[in-house]
Write a protein that binds this ligand. Structure first.
Ligand code: ADP
Ligand code: MG
Length: 291
C-alpha cells in the first residue's frame, strides 16, 4: 500500500463529506459486506414531533402536562418532541422530583406526590399495568411508523402519546444502492418492532432488529462478525458508541452526538446515508490502485 494513494483516497473522500480518521480505516472499508443502520437520527431525521395523545380518565391537558413535566428532564429526542409539542399548546409544566432515566425504556419522576412512569409498553407492563382499551389505537399508531409513549402510575394507565419522525429524503435511495452492491443491510433500534418494521418498509430494509437495549447493540454487530461478515455500523447516538467501536468500520452521522463521532472511524458530515456507498467505492478504488 502506498501512503500516497491512501492520502489521495482520503482527500477524495473528504471532498464528498466523508472524513476517515486514518488511512487504515479507508483500507478496511473496501471489504464491508454488511451494513447495520441505527433507525432514529440515522435512517430518520431524528427530529420527531408530537402527533397524537389519548388520555384515560383524565383530561388531554392533564396528560400532556404530566408527561411533558417529566420529559423536561430528558435529552432524548422523544422527550424534546413532547416538551416542545406541549409548550406550543400553551400548557405550563410542573416541577418534578426523584427523576430517573431507565435506558432503552423511558423515565420516571415524582409529579405532585405521585410517581409517574413514561416509556415503552414493556416498561409499563413491568409495573403490572396494561394498555388495555387503548390497544387498537396503539397498534394503529405503531403501524404508521410512530413511536408510542405510554404513561402510567403504579396504580393505573394515564394514557398514550405518539411522536412521528420522518425518514431522510435520500435514505431509501442510499439503501437501495447498498443492496445493489450486494451488501446485507440491517436496521437496529431500541424502538418497538411494529414501528421499526413500518420505517424499514418505507426505506427498503428487509432485516430488522428491534427492542434492542442500548448495551445489546454492540452484541448484534458482533454476531454478524461471528457469522463472517465485515460489518459497518452507522449511528448517531450515545447508545450507538459501543456498536460503532465493535464494528469493522464505525460510521458516525456528522449531525449526531460527539460521543458517536469519537467512537467512530469515519464521519459522514452531511448525514446522508449515500456517503456509505461512496466510502466503499472510494476505498475499493484506492485499494485497486495500490495492488
Ligand atoms: P433508539 O434511540 O434506538 O430509538 P432508545 O434505546 O433510546 O432507542 O429508546 C428505546 C425506546 O425507549 C424508545 O423507542 C422509547 O419507546 C423509549 N424511550 C426512551 N427514552 C424515552 C423518553 N425520554 N420518553 C419516552 N420514551 C422513551
Ligand atoms: Mg439514533
Amino acid at each position: 500500500a502506498t501512503p500516497t494513494s491512501i492520502m489521495v483516497g482520503t482527500g477524495k473522500a473528504a471532498e464528498h463529506g466523508i472524513l476517515f480518521k486514518g488511512g487504515e480505516h479507508l483500507q478496511n472499508t473496501q471489504k464491508i459486506n454488511a451494513v447495520v443502520l441505527d433507525k432514529t437520527g440515522t435512517i430518520t431525521k431524528g427530529e420527531p414531533e408530537l402527533t397524537d395523545y389519548y388520555p384515560v380518565e383524565i383530561s388531554e391537558e392533564q396528560l400532556l402536562k404530566i408527561v411533558a413535566s417529566i420529559e423536561q428532564n430528558s435529552e432524548h429526542p422523544i422527550g424534546k418532541a413532547i416538551v416542545n409539542g406541549v409548550k406550543e399548546k400553551g400548557i405550563s409544566l410542573l416541577s418534578t422530583t426523584d427523576f430517573e432515566i431507565v435506558p432503552g425504556n423511558g423515565l420516571q419522576a415524582n409529579v405532585e406526590g405521585e410517581m409517574v412512569y413514561v416509556g415503552t409498553r414493556r416498561f409499563i407492563n413491568r409495573l403490572g399495568i396494561e394498555v388495555g382499551e387503548l390497544e387498537t389505537k396503539m397498534t394503529r399508531l405503531e403501524e404508521e411508523g410512530k413511536t408510542v409513549v405510554v404513561a402510567a402510575t403504579s396504580e393505573k394507565l394515564l394514557g398514550i402519546l405518539a411522536v412521528a419522525d420522518t425518514v431522510k429524503e435520500d435514505s431509501q435511495q442510499a439503501i437501495s444502492k447498498l443492496k445493489e452492491m450486494g451488501i446485507k443491510v440491517v436496521m437496529i433500534t431500541g424502538d418497538n418492532l411494529r414501528t421499526a418494521k413500518s420505517i424499514a418498509a418505507k426505506v427498503g430494509v428487509d432485516e430488522v432488529r428491534a427492542e434492542v437495549l442500548p448495551e445489546d447493540k454492540a452484541k448484534e454487530v458482533q454476531k454478524l462478525k461471528d457469522q463472517g461478515y465485515a460489518v459497518a455500523m452507522v449511528g448517531d447516538g450515545i447508545n450507538d458508541a459501543p456498536a460503532l467501536a465493535t464494528a469493522d468500520v464505525g460510521i458516525a452521522i456528522g449531525t449526531g452526538t460527539d460521543i458517536a463521532i469519537e467512537a467512530a472511524d469515519v464521519t459522514l458530515i452531511g448525514g446522508s446515508l449515500k456517503g456509505i456507498a461512496d466510502a466503499i467505492f472510494i476505498s475499493k478504488k484506492t485499494m485497486r490502485n495500490i495492488k
